[in-house]
Structures are given as structure tokens and as C-alpha cells.
Design a protein around this ligand. Structure first.
Ligand code: MN
Length: 416
């Protein structure tokens, strides 16, 4: 990989390096949404860049980049989106600052981010074998990993309406809860509010109803990735999940990070996934030998209300996922189910093999039995009102860094 340099000062620690160039939607107080590409502490304003003729077809691209979501842009297809990415890279890597530099750049701290895509459908998988085994041990001690788990990339259809942008506060939900040793449920605010450390991919191409996406064609349909916090109410979930799976314990809020990292930026960080035993059915077998997982370091921090410092409670990595994104998408569509531009497919909680790598409070506190200690001296089994949960993710290798920024959210007390 050649080292890229820019006339624009970019810290080597920045998530938003020349190799990344993630897409987002923002405004600067005037309420006018625009698409942008993050670079270091700045954003390249794509609407203004289009007006300046950076991509040709000025009026066409200006209109595309003045939308309040990226859906129309993404739907143009990878040959176009990758050409835009290349034009921005060329503009940033000229020897000297171009004379339109000040006009095209916005300071990131002055921008308000918006939800980058209109999410039509959201699916959540359950692709970490460590997470599925840990949860299984707590919910069904005799039978932790169900017999279908190593055959099927298990998932459920979630709720797109409650996918929110990072920094949106999350209200503690009310629901039905069966308390210990009781036979009838109570109606109460959740006492076991949790986060789930996940990554999600954004669909970049429509597929026709009735036509499966082959596992080795899946990358054509994956536009990019974001960080994903699938807020969960464990007590509501435990009472409702049999017989039809997650429902109100999950659909009160899921948060995503504002910048979509394109799949192309993650190419240097592809790694092999865990060995799959037994070998999956043929429609789930990767034809190519290359890495189908991504080496993306992940961390979760909790800061209590009024506490000065955050405590990192978990460090994980997306490379632990048993089922790859390509296998998830092949399985999702094998029956002919179609996908649409902007659909969101989340991985499921990403836990690693050791206790510090677990991606939920449920696992970190082992069902509430082993409280964890924060830097401010307080302890947690599940989340308290006022807690802010922040997830970060980055890939780094030989001086290259491609990061996701963060997804953050604070817990609001339940409605009276
Ligand atoms: Mn989940």
C-alpha cells in the first residue's frame, strides 16, 4: 500500500485518514443537509465540490448531494460512488492546496450530523458463537448453543423506525417482566437495560424479489459499514422471546455511527474468520480463499451521570464473528427475499473468547451476578439512568488507519 500524503494536515491518529474517506450527511446550522466525506478534522462538502465541477455533471451531482440521505447517491452504484471517492482522493492529494480548498472544506466540529441513510429494513443477526454460547448458558443452562446455530446464520427482522443517530438519548422502556420465582408478570420499567456491541452493513444495491444473492457476489451489495448499538432490555426479552424471538426487548432503539466506511476502505484489513465446523451447506461456502472477516478493533466505554471519566468495559474485534457478512446476506436472500438500498444488516453482539471481550452487560456481569467496577468507584450489573455508552471501532495496520469514529447514547429515565 503506497503512503498517501495531503496538503491538508491530518493527524496519523485520525480515524478519518486518506485511506478511509467515509460518507455522511450533515448541516452547519442553516438546516441545509449535504453529503460529505470526513477527512481528519474536516469534511469535504460534496454538494459544494459538485458545484465546483469536481465530478462533472455539476447540476446532477449537486442535486444528489443536497439530499438529506445518501440513498440516491448509493443507488448510483459502485462504479459511480468509487469514482467520486477517487476524485476526492485526487483533490486531497495534490501537491499544494487547491484554490477552492477553503470553500469545499467544513470543520467537523462545526457540523451537525444527520442519519446518513433512510433505513427501509433492518435485520439483526446473531453471528458471534461466543455471544450465542454465553447467552445460551444463562437462558438455557442445559442447552446453550441450539443445534441449528452452526448451520444457519440466525437472525430476526428488527424495526427500522427506531434506528437513530449517535448522540440520540435512549429512553428506558416499560414492559412486561416476569420477576424471579413469580408466576405472573409485572408491568415496570426495564431493570436490565443493556447495550449490544455490533457492526452493521448498509445495502448498496437492490436485489430483485425471488433471486438469491450468491455468497461470492455479496460484496457487490455491501456499500459500507457502521458501528451499531442494539440497545436491549434483558428482562423484557427473557419473558417474551419464546416462541417467536426478540420483539419489545429490542425495538425501542438502535444507534448507529454517523460515518459509513466504504467496503473498499476495509480491503487491507480482511482476515480469515474462525474455522466453521461442520462445513456449512454449499450456498454458504465462500468460493474464494481470501479473508471474509475484518480485523476491526472495538471498544465500549461507560460514563456515569456526573462522572468525569469513562471506563472501558469491553474490548472486542469483528474478526471473531463466526458467520461473515457475505454468508449473512446469502442466507438472508436464499429463499428469494429481496434487499433494498439503505437496508441495514447488523451482526449481532460481537463477543470474543475472554471475559473482557464480551459485547454486552449481560455477559460482562454474567446475568447480573458479577457486578463490574467503574473508574468512579461505582458498580454496574446493567445500565443506570444517566449512563452514557460509547462504542468505538478502528482498523490499523502498518501505519494505515481506518476508523469508524464512535456511536454514543445516554440513558434517560423511564417515563412516569
Ligand atoms: Mn442484537
Amino acid at each position: 500500500m503506497r503512503t498517501l500524503t495531503s496538503w491538508l494536515p491530518i493527524s496519523p491518529d485520525s480515524d478519518f485518514s486518506l485511506h478511509n474517506l467515509p460518507y455522511g450527511v450533515f448541516h452547519t446550522g442553516d438546516g441545509k443537509a449535504r453529503a460529505g466525506i470526513a477527512i481528519g478534522e474536516h469534511i469535504v462538502d460534496l454538494a459544494t465540490a459538485a458545484e465546483a465541477g469536481l465530478f462533472g455533471k455539476r447540476r446532477f451531482f449537486k442535486k444528489i448531494f443536497e439530499q438529506n440521505t445518501l440513498n440516491e447517491f448509493i443507488a448510483l452504484g459502485k462504479p459511480v460512488t468509487n469514482r467520486v471517492r477517487q476524485k476526492v482522493l485526487t483533490w486531497l492529494t495534490q501537491v499544494a492546496a487547491p484554490e477552492n480548498a477553503a470553500r469545499l472544506l467544513v470543520e467537523r466540529r462545526k457540523a451537525t450530523m444527520l442519519l446518513p441513510v433512510r433505513v427501509g429494513n433492518y435485520t439483526d443477526f446473531y453471528s458471534s458463537i461466543e455471544h450465542a454460547t454465553n447467552v445460551g448458558k444463562m437462558f438455557r443452562p442445559d442447552n446453550p448453543l441450539l443445534p441449528n446455530w452452526r448451520w444457519i446464520p440466525v437472525g430476526y427482522h428488527g424495526r427500522a423506525s427506531s434506528v437513530v443517530l449517535s448522540d440520540t438519548p435512549i429512553r428506558r422502556p416499560w414492559g412486561q417482566i416476569l420477576l424471579k420465582d413469580q408466576e405472573t408478570p409485572v408491568f415496570s420499567p426495564s431493570r436490565q437495560l443493556d447495550f449490544e456491541l455490533e457492526m452493521a452493513f448498509v445495502i448498496g444495491k437492490d436485489s430483485p424479489l425471488g433471486t438469491p444473492i450468491a455468497v461470492d457476489k455479496a460484496d457487490e451489495y455491501i456499500f459500507g459499514l457502521v458501528l451499531f448499538n442494539d440497545w436491549s432490555a434483558r428482562d423484557i426479552q427473557r419473558w417474551e422471546y419464546v416462541p417467536l424471538g426478540p420483539f419489545l426487548g429490542k425495538n425501542f432503539g438502535s444507534s448507529i455511527s454517523p460515518w459509513i466506511v466504504p467496503l473498499e476502505a476495509l480491503k487491507p484489513f480482511r482476515v480469515k474468520g474462525p474455522k466453521q465446523q461442520p462445513a456449512p451447506l454449499s450456498y454458504l461456502q465462500h468460493g474464494s480463499k481470501g479473508g471474509h472477516n475484518f480485523d476491526i478493533a472495538l471498544e465500549v466505554g461507560i460514563r456515569g451521570e456526573g462522572a468525569g471519566t469513562e471506563t472501558i468495559v469491553a474490548r472486542s474485534n469483528s474478526k471473531y464473528l463466526y458467520w461473515s457478512m457475505a454468508q449473512q446476506l446469502a442466507h438472508h436472500t436464499v429463499n428469494g427475499c429481496n434487499v433494498c438500498v439503505g437496508d441495514l444488516m447488523a451482526s449481532g453482539t460481537i463477543s470474543g473468547p475472554q471475559s473482557g471481550t464480551y459485547g454486552s452487560m449481560l455477559e460482562l456481569s454474567w446475568g447480573g451476578k458479577e457486578p463490574i467496577r467503574l473508574n468512579d468507584g461505582t458498580t454496574r450489573t446493567f445500565l443506570l439512568d444517566g449512563d452514557t455508552v460509547t462504542m468505538r471501532g478502528w482498523a490499523a495496520k502498518g501505519g494505515l488507519r481506518v476508523g469508524f469514529g464512535e456511536v454514543s447514547g445516554a440513558v434517560l429515565k423511564a417515563l412516569d
